[in-house]
Design a protein around this ligand. Structure first.
Ligand SMILES: Cc1cc2nc3c(=O)[nH]c(=O)nc-3n(C[C@H](O)[C@H](O)[C@H](O)COP(=O)(O)OP(=O)(O)OC[C@H]3O[C@@H](n4cnc5c(N)ncnc54)[C@H](O)[C@@H]3O)c2cc1C
Length: 370
């Protein structure tokens, strides 16, 4: 009984954490195995959720469902765990070109309760926004490192977490037994779910899936002066070529600052280098973009790298293995894990419990049949 579970989840990034939380809250017995020494891109992510993206400033796929869900999900967890980690912060996108500005102003009816088109420059000083820009109200950012620690503590309290390196050689899949369809070392479970992020690129059961790891690097920077512009930058996420997100200091695990001079900025995309080394090229690329939008001096205090579990389809991947009904994967959230995972964890739980079909675009079996 002690080591028997409904679901064994491998990986405690955002995908494994939020799926485990969702299953536990629905009364299931869950065990999460994670090896913290491995790369976990969730920990270093900027955590931005943005419903309007791309050069053409269009709504992201399923943005209505995703943002309705997440704007309830994260604040609900903040209350449950009495911890601040989600910041509902508007995103300011200065127009890049005159054409973009004209396109937008020709369709001012696009301005909804979600998007405001400021007629004047929003930041005025120190920021290169001569054409003005859009203010996207329904944006925000998650302090992913704080969130993951909160969920880890919750899992430990529920006896649902162990620090362990999962080794495929020790996995036993019992095809015939009614229960205990999965055995792993001393653990027995009815179902195993892989949430190993980019590491699932080499998962022997799912290696045909179109996972396309994408390295990303970000910088932590500190502005030395308490300038008026920095006060304004505290209230938004600036996004022009790169993004700039306020990074609050915590004391005893609680948010103590309403104002900070520390920010994170980035990020880069590299499909060829899957190491976690910080590179000079990435630093130069981010700084060039930052200096093109911001005319303020700063110091770099840290550079970090992580590998996103992107996919060739640009959509997440989820479902059960065609030959092993006791094995699933929940992965491929690319650069949008913060906005996608809460909604899809709930959809995926429904799929596991009732067999409710997943959106066609997410299904994995077409890849496994190839
Ligand atoms: C620089 C950068 C900036 C980003 N910014 C944003 C952003 O602003 N907004 C956004 O939504 N997303 C952002 N992302 C993307 C975001 O990080 C991902 O979408 C998300 O974190 C993916 O979560 P995951 O759980 O699938 O993978 P991961 O976070 O990589 O977690 C995988 C976990 O599996 C564990 N694991 C792997 N193999 C094993 C094993 N054999 N045994 C035990 N454990 C194992 C690892 O230890 C890790 O904990 C960014 C990513 C990067 C790199």
């Amino acid at each position: 009984m002690k080591n028997e579970f409904d679901y064994l989840i491998i990986g405690q990034g955002l995908a494994g954490s939020i799926l485990a939380y969702t299953l536990l809250e629905k009364g299931k017995k869950v065990m999460v195995l994670d090896e913290p020494k491995l790369q976990n891109c969730s920990k270093i992510a900027a955590g931005i959720c943005n419903p309007i993206t791309g050069r053409n400033l269009v709504r992201t796929w399923k943005s209505k469902e995703l943002f309705t869900f997440l704007n309830d999900f994260y604040p609900k967890l903040e209350k449950q765990f009495n911890q601040k980690f989600f910041f509902q912060t508007p995103i300011y996108r200065p127009f890049q070109t005159l054409e973009q500005q004209q396109d937008w102003s020709a369709q001012e009816d696009k301005a909804t309760e979600e998007v405001i088109y400021p007629k004047n420059r929003f930041l005025e000083k120190d920021v290169n926004d001569p054409l003005g820009g859009l203010l996207i109200k329904n944006g925000g950012h998650l302090r992913t490192d704080v969130f993951l620690e909160v969920i880890k503590k919750y899992l430990i309290a529920k006896n649902a977490y162990q620090e362990r390196l999962f080794d495929f050689d020790e996995l036993i899949l019992n095809k015939d037994s009614e229960n205990e369809k999965v055995a792993y070392q001393d653990i027995k479970a009815n179902h195993i779910i892989f949430c190993r992020g980019a590491a699932d690129k080499t998962n022997p059961f799912f290696k045909k899936l179109p996972i396309l790891p994408a390295k990303g690097e970000i910088l932590h920077i500190n502005f030395d002066k308490d300038e008026k512009t920095i006060k304004k930058l505290n209230k938004i996420i600036l996004n022009k070529g790169c993004w700039l997100v306020p990074y609050h200091n915590y004391l005893n695990g609680k948010a103590i600052e309403t104002f900070t001079t520390t920010f994170r900025t980035g990020s880069t995309y590299n499909h060829d280098d899957w190491t976690l080394e910080s590179t000079q090229e990435a630093k130069d690329e981010i700084e060039t973009k930052l200096q093109a939008v911001l005319n303020l001096s700063y110091k770099i205090t840290k550079q970090e790298a992580g590998i996103r579990p992107s996919t060739r389809t640009r959509y997440p991947l989820m479902g059960t293995h065609k030959d092993y009904p006791q094995m699933s994967i929940f992965n491929g959230f690319g650069a949008k894990g913060v906005s996608m995972i809460p909604y899809f964890a709930s959809e995926f739980a429904e799929y596991l419990f009732t067999g409710k079909e997943l959106d066609k675009i997410l299904r994995i079996n077409k890849w496994l049949l190839k």
